[in-house]
Design a protein around this ligand. Structure first.
Ligand code: FAD
Ligand code: SF4
Length: 330
C-alpha cells in the first residue's frame, strides 16, 4: 500500500473544505471497501478524510411519516432500529443479509451506497477493465461473468452493483441528500446511479467532492408488509447472485399497492417498474406474479454463462410475492 494522509473532521463544512483543497483526497466511512481497494492498488487516494465523527449518525422520523437516516449510521444500527424494523422490514432484512456482523458494525450507509463492484477484473490491476481504466476493455464479456448483469448492461461493462441495502432503499423510493461547497442537493436513488453506457467509470450523479449526508425514506404504508430475499452461493458472508425487495398490499384478492426491486442483475439496484405495472390492480395470484416477472425480465440480455439468472430471478419474484400475498390475507 502507498503512503497516505489521514484526517478526522467534526463538521460538514470542514470535511468539504479538505476535499475541495485536495482532489486526491477521499471520504472514509467504515473503510470496509475503500481500504481493501487501496491494498490492491485499485484506489490510490493521497488522503483519507474520516467522516465518522460528523453529526450524521441519527435516524429520525420525518413530519410526513417517513424516515431520515444519517450517512454515518452503521449498517448494524440501521438494521436494528425499531422504526426501520416496523415500517420497512425489508430494509432490515437486506442489511442483515449483507457481509458479517463485524463488517456491519463498521460499514456506513453512505459507504454502502458507494461501494464498488465485485467484478474480479475490476479488483485485479493487472487486467484491463473499462470501469477502472477507461478504454482498456471489458474482459468479463468473453471471460468470467457468471455473476454479471442481465439487465441494463452495455458492451463496455457488464458488472453488477453489490449492495443489498440499496435494493431495499430503491424499492422504497429513497432520496439521497448531499452537501457540496456550493450548497446542498438531493437525488432520488432512481437517478443516483448513472446508466452504464460507454462510461462505466462514471457511476453516480453525485457532484465531484460531494459528501453524502443522509438518505430519506418517504412514508410508504405498503412497506410494513415487505420482504428481502437474497440468493447466494454460501449461506453467509457472500454477495448476492440475485435478490428481491418487495412490498405488497392486497385487499379482496387484488393488488392495491406494490414495490419491487431486484439486486445483482444490473449496474445499479433495479427498480422493477414493468412488473409493478402488471401487478397494480391485478388479482394477487401466481399467474399475475409470473406475468409480472416475465414483463420485467423480457428486457434481459444474458451472457453465455449467466442465463441461469433469468430463471432464478423469475422464481425469486414469484416466490416472494406469493409469500407476501399469503401473509396479507392471514
Ligand atoms: C467480506 C465482505 C463481504 C461483504 N458482503 C456484502 C454483502 O453481502 N452485501 C453488501 O451489500 N455489502 C457487502 N459488503 C460490502 C460492505 O457492505 C461495504 O464495504 C460497506 O457497506 C461500505 O461501507 P463503508 O462505510 O465501510 O465504506 P468505505 O469503504 O469507507 O467507503 C466506500 C466508498 O464510499 C465513499 N464514502 C463513504 N462515506 C461517504 C460519504 N458520507 N459521502 C461520500 N462518499 C462517501 C468512500 O470515499 C468510498 O469511495 C461486504 C464487504 C466485505 C469486505
Ligand atoms: S464488467 Fe465492468 S468492472 Fe468488470 S471487467 Fe468489465 S468493465 Fe471492468
Amino acid at each position: 500500500m502507498r503512503e497516505f494522509g489521514y484526517q478526522r473532521v467534526s463538521d460538514v463544512a470542514g470535511a468539504l473544505a479538505v476535499l475541495g483543497a485536495d482532489p486526491d483526497a477521499r471520504f472514509l466511512g467504515g473503510g470496509t471497501n475503500l481500504v481493501d481497494l487501496m491494498k490492491t492498488g485499485v484506489e490510490r487516494p493521497a488522503r483519507l478524510v474520516d467522516v465518522r465523527e460528523l453529526p450524521l449518525d441519527g435516524i429520525e422520523s420525518t413530519k410526513d411519516g417517513g424516515l431520515r437516516i444519517g450517512a454515518t449510521v452503521t449498517n448494524s444500527e440501521l438494521a436494528a432500529h425499531p422504526e426501520v424494523r416496523r415500517r420497512y422490514p425489508a430494509l432490515t432484512q437486506a442489511v442483515l443479509a449483507g457481509a458479517s456482523g463485524q463488517l456491519r458494525n463498521m460499514a456506513t450507509v453512505g459507504g454502502n451506497l458507494l461501494q464498488r463492484t465485485r467484478c474480479g477484473y475490476f479488483a485485479d490491476v493487472t487486467k484491463p477493465c473499462n470501469k477502472r481504466a477507461p478504454g482498456s476493455g471489458c474482459p468479463a464479456i468473453a471471460g468470467e461473468h457468471r455473476n454479471h448483469a442481465i439487465l441494463g448492461a452495455s458492451d463496455h461493462c457488464v458488472a453488477v452493483h453489490p449492495s443489498d441495502m440499496g435494493v431495499a432503499l430503491t424499492a422504497f423510493d429513497a432520496v439521497v441528500s448531499y452537501e457540496t461547497t456550493t450548497g446542498p442537493g438531493e437525488l432520488p436513488l432512481a437517478d443516483f446511479y448513472l446508466p452504464v453506457g460507454d462510461t462505466p467509470h462514471l457511476e453516480t450523479a453525485l457532484p465531484s467532492g460531494a459528501l453524502i449526508t443522509g438518505v430519506t425514506l418517504p412514508p410508504a404504508p405498503v412497506a410494513a408488509l415487505s420482504r428481502y430475499r437474497k440468493v447466494r452461493e454460501r449461506a453467509s458472508y457472500a454477495f448476492a447472485i440475485g435478490s428481491v425487495a418487495a412490498a405488497l398490499d392486497v385487499r379482496d384478492g387484488v393488488v392495491r399497492d406494490v414495490r419491487l426491486a431486484l439486486g445483482a442483475v444490473a449496474s445499479r439496484p433495479w427498480r422493477a417498474r414493468a412488473a409493478e405495472r402488471v401487478l397494480a390492480g391485478a388479482p394477487a395470484d401466481g399467474e399475475t406474479f409470473a406475468a409480472a416477472a416475465d414483463a420485467e425480465l423480457a428486457a434481459a440480455e444474458p451472457l453465455p454463462h449467466n442465463g441461469y439468472k433469468v430463471t432464478l430471478m423469475r422464481n425469486l419474484v414469484v416466490a416472494v410475492l406469493t409469500e407476501l400475498a399469503e401473509e396479507a390475507t392471514r
